[in-house]
Design a protein around this ligand. Sequence first.
Ligand code: CU
Length: 155
Amino acid sequence: MIFGDIRCPERAGLPSPLLAALTLALKADPQRCEPGRHALQGEDIFMNVMQFMTQPAHAKRAELHAEYIDVQILLAGEERIEFGLADSARQCDEWHHEDDYQLCDEIAGQQSVTLQAGMFAVFFPGEPHKPGIQGETPAGIKKAVVKVHRKLLDR
Ligand code: CU
């Protein structure tokens, strides 16, 4: 997990292919994008824009991916994300390989980060994450999840 601010993404210490992907996504102006999938670079980089109400942690499940890195950008509101190190997912369902995700009910040694609008958090393959958790009360958020295929980091 790496986190940073979209106003100075170069300061977050991202590997350069990830910084390039984030820069590409920000150029597409996600703040003005309608919810849905937005193509950026074929199947290698795309962006899911979403708008929803945060919920209590117990109402949500953690997810992890095998092929894609998530760059989760919070555009509006406040959001807490629970997460863990690679291979810390426990009580997992079966993999959905077509859609590149697995759900789990527990994260061993769980950590938590609270994003304010303009912050982003990066989750690498195998790192479970449970986004969209409320603070005191549910609130509306808008976010963009930039999906970056892991092979871009292997070059
Ligand atoms: Cu994810």
